[in-house]
Design a protein around this ligand. Structure first.
Ligand SMILES: *Cc1c(COP(=O)(O)O)cnc(C)c1O
Length: 430
């Protein structure tokens, strides 16, 4: 399959040339040149990896990586994404937190690493994967590229603005992974990374992004939505906790591909850009506001451009997708009542989704079919928020527990592009 730009101003490329990339040459985002609508075949009763192969095959058809796809899927989809019933009949949770860093970003990061292993073998020279992270992305990327020959990983995160366990995770990898704690906000980290990529003096370092807008991370995320819908045996409606719109876009693309996904409702936190648009307002990006669901603190979601490309008429887009915002108070209350009402402890992001599903259920009465909330992270990652609300300790999943027993180390860096450039030049050879 070839890819084109959402803005239509760039030449088409084979998928393999765009998998690792960020933006298209005209500043847009890469999208399929022609979307393989309805082309995914239900692997009936298969594993998550079987579903992944079914949804990825139409995109990789004809690409040089096509023969490698089964091996890439086998490398990336090494843990399950079970559809778990909640207490209320017809309500489910798709658990995406069984990977090495206990959040859904493990799926995208591991598939991206499988792409990178083939597209940039170590014989092409050492690369530096440079990532700004607000918490979950950096750990997932570090875990996926840890000890990979020919790759170094440099993570930038805002010091003091990620949860203590997220911070520990980021600094716990060592070997080819370095964590830099930046004296600033996530936006500063992102600006520093952006300026490093644009810096001609750093070109020889072969900086590589592991950006959430890359197709190598987006496409594998279709797999678990399609798998959950196929496993439901009917049509499955989804509530997707949303920040940068990567996970929700994947749910919509899975639906276009023919998986039996019904309604898709975005659950945002107090950041209002998307709810305002979907209630009929104009799209207006803005700085983010901090909330309890910090991985969704996004004021100008990059993937909105792909959504608008898919449904160019805003009226149609608003019929195909809905959005609702959960306040910090809604999130706290949902975590607090989660065990009694649903038999589950939720992370703050998942709780935003559960609150939205509760609103949908109470507005509709009965007869609205099966719904699943996409559970984006394990609650133990956010114990500082969750444990006081539920009143007891939350068990830590084994992979996360193992990381938390390792020593953790991060170097401090000023929130300044010049500081990052100096750091990269000083550490370029080792
Ligand atoms: C990244 C993340 C989100 C937001 O996902 P997007 O793809 O950016 O919309 C939600 N929850 C958790 C736990 C995350 O790490």
């Amino acid at each position: 399959m070839n890819v084109a730009s959402t803005r239509g101003g760039a030449a088409e490329l084979p998928l393999g040339d765009a998998l690792l990339g960020g933006t298209a040459p005209d500043g847009g985002l890469f999208v399929p040149a022609s979307f393989p609508r309805g082309e995914a075949r239900n692997p009936r009763g298969g594993s998550l990896a079987d579903s992944a192969l079914a949804v990825l095959a139409p995109f990789f058809a004809g690409d040089t990586l096509e023969p490698e796809l089964p091996a890439m899927v086998a490398e990336a989809f090494t843990f399950p994404a079970p559809l778990v019933p909640l207490r209320n009949r017809g309500d489910f949770m798709v658990e995406l937190f069984h990977g090495p860093t206990a959040a859904f970003k493990d799926f995208g990061a591991r598939f991206l690493a499988a792409c990178g292993r083939r597209l940039h073998p170590p014989s092409h020279g050492t690369r530096i994967v440079l990532v700004a992270t607000s918490g979950d992305t950096g750990a997932a990327v570090a875990a996926a590229f840890h000890r990979m020959p020919g790759v170094r990983v440099v993570l930038l995160y805002p010091d003091g603005r990620v949860s203590p366990r997220q911070a520990h995770q980021l600094g716990a990898f060592a070997d080819n992974v370095t964590a830099l704690r930046v004296a600033g906000a996530f936006d500063d980290c992102q600006a520093m990374v952006k300026s490093a990529f644009a810096d001609p003096e750093l070109a020889s370092l072969r900086l590589t992004s592991a950006n959430s807008i890359s197709l190598g991370r987006l496409l594998p995320q279709l797999a678990y939505h399609a798998h959950a819908a196929w496993s439901s045996g009917g049509t499955l409606n989804l509530v997707v906790p949303t920040g940068n719109l990567g996970n929700a876009l994947a749910a919509l693309w899975a639906r276009e591909l023919g998986a039996p996904v019904g309604d898709v409702v975005l659950a945002t936190n107090a950041n209002q850009t998307l709810p305002e648009f979907f209630q009929g307002g104009v799209y207006r990006g803005r700085p983010s506001v901090p909330t309890l669901a910090n991985a969704m603190d996004v004021g100008d979601p990059s993937n909105f451009e792909r959504l608008a490309w898919m449904f160019p008429d805003p009226a149609v887009l608003r019929r195909r997708v809905r959005a609702r915002s959960a306040s910090d108070e809604h999130i706290s209350r949902t975590i607090q009542q989660g065990e009694r009402r649903h038999g589950q402890v939720f992370c703050p992001h998942t709780a935003a989704g559960v609150w939205v599903l509760e609103q949908i259920r109470s507005a509709a009465g009965g007869g609205i079919g099966a719904w699943a909330v996409v559970a984006t992270a394990h609650p133990a990652k956010f114990e500082g928020i969750v444990e006081p609300l539920v009143g007891h300790r939350v068990d830590v999943p084994p992979a996360l527990a193992e990381l938390l027993t390792r020593p953790s180390r991060a170097e401090r860096l000023a929130a300044d592009p010049g500081a990052l450039r100096r750091w990269l030049l000083d550490h370029a050879d080792g």
